[in-house]
Every structure is written in C-alpha cells, then in structure tokens.
Design a protein around this ligand. Sequence first.
Ligand code: PEP
Ligand code: MN
Length: 342
Amino acid sequence: MVIVMQEGAEEPQIQAVIDRLVARGFDVHRSTGARHTLLGAVGAQIDFDTADLEAMDGVHEVLRISAPYKLASRAFRPQGTIVEAGDPRGVHARIGGQEVVLMAGPCSVESADQINRISDLVAENGAKVIRGGAFKPRSSPYSFQGLGEEGLRLLRAAADRNRLLVVSEVMDQSQIALVSAYADILQVGARNMQNFFLLRELGRAKRPVLLKRGISATIEEWLLSAEYILSGGNYQVILCERGIRTFENYTRNTLDISAIPVIHKLSHLPVIADPSHGTGRRDKVSPMARAAVAAGADGLLIEVHQDPDHALSDGAQSLRPEQFSELVKQLRMIAPAVGRTI
Ligand code: PEP
Ligand code: MN
C-alpha cells in the first residue's frame, strides 16, 4: 500500500500516519519527493480498511497494491482451476479446461413433461448440464416461487434420462442439504451474492458452487464473495457473469463481457456467462453468447424453453428449441477460433 501525503503535509501529520501503520504491523518506507511525501507500507494486513488512513489529516490518497482477496487471486494458483462436477468415474464435466461447458434449461422446473422435453433438447445439442430452478428468487412475492423439492426430483430424473448434470439454486443455508441431494452444482443467485451466512455454509458443502455476480456488485466484491466459499475449504467455485444494473434500461441488465478477461487475469477460478439474465431479451441472447465464448468464457448458462410464451418465469429471455440448436452450431465454429472446443 502506498500513502501519498498532501503537498505541504506537516511532519507531525506524517509521523502520525507512520505511527498508525507501525501499530498495525506494517514496515514503513518513507520517500520524500519534491512535492509529496510517499509512505510505502509493506505487510500482510488483509483486512486493513484504507478509509481509516484516508481520513487522517495530511493524507492525499491511499493506493492498495495487493488485492483484498487471497485464495481467489490468480497468484494463488497461476495455472488456473478446473472445477470437476459430477462423479469423475461417471457422468461429469470439467469447467475451466479446454471445453466450453454448456449449461441450459428452463428458468424454472414446471412439470415432468416440460423438463423431460427440454432435457432431450439440450442433451441432443451437446449441453453437459441442465439448469432449472426449484426455489426461485422472484422480485415479487406473488410470482411463481418454484416447485420446491418436487421440482428438484423432476429435474434430477430429467437429467438422468440423458446423462446430464444438474445445476439448481439454493437460496438459503437451510436448503443446502436438500438441494445437494439432487443437484451436482449449487447455484447462488445474484440476489444472494452477499448472503455471507449462505456463502460460509457453502464453504463446507461437498458440491461445486456456481456463484452469480450480484446485480450491482463490483468485480472485487464478487471475488470477495468467492473468497468466503474458498476460505471455508470448498475450492470448487465457478463464477457467473449474469449482467449488472446500469443506467441503460433497453435490456434487462448489461452483460459485462469485459468481466470475463478481467476475472481470468485476477483469479484462477473459471468464469461462465449467462446471456439470458444478462439481456432479458430472447433476440439478444445468441449474439451475447457468441461474444462471451469469443471473450474466453469457460461455459454458458442459457435459458431454453419448449414453449416460452407460456413459461412460468423468464419466458421473454428463453430461447426457443430451434434457436438453441442454431446457437450451438455457431458456437462450435467460434470456439476453435479461440482455442476451445464445445
Ligand atoms: C436464474 O438463474 O434463474 C436466476 C434467478 O438468476 P439470477 O440470480 O442471475 O437473477
Ligand atoms: Mn431465470
């Protein structure tokens, strides 16, 4: 960390900052320039709040050099992490390797017929994982809230008929055991990215976690949320960029494609994209899915429905079957151009 003192800062002010840093265990290196005094503070004080220093008299600026997350940082595992979902001797998927892993399915599990038909469709088109919510985080308490355990049961059966893996959302720590009994990957939704109790419990879970980016979360906050899970001992975390809220309201959210290369630089964790929630509009999903693969996404999470006009949630952003097939054909051309397979 570097502390830049104000021009003309007085000696007692500089000394007070040095004393504060030393008291917190830092080694302080002072350098006096023509206009500013700079203090270099060396030491691993990971939870140090730079605002404490910024508020001190005579301080102009505090610049952090090392990231506030450690286990999630690229430096911790420069070679990258491959998340192994499923049973390595049976049905499984590797997320973060050469293959771009397709995860697709409806927003919500609605019925046996619905989920079986979608399972056949996504499996035929090369998806490795079927998605489907059984516990739904809806903005309104009057909207469809999901089928609960029955939905999980239907989803598992639909997955098994096509040797697919299951990803489904867990909204609360009390649901972890139940959802783990049916799902291979536990999804943390955008609204729960900073549910720290849930994240801590997931650190003890025996399942990979798909951690969605919060609606207004910075990349640093997102990685700190991942850090909660990693620090509990669960290293199987997949990050998912699902769009953030910006001033633009033509689309439901703004899919931050740039987050993909940024995460790859800052973290060893795999990152996938969700262009369905990222745009909210069916006709924008395929272009953004193509862009995400071109940008290096390790996978895609896509909503697909056999009859989106009658879907119980997120119909407007769900691809129709033929659109999904067409998209996969395109992705199979794009992936090799960036050294990947699908
Ligand atoms: C979902 O995947 O259906 C969902 C609710 O996603 P998000 O948490 O990104 O809104
Ligand atoms: Mn949805």
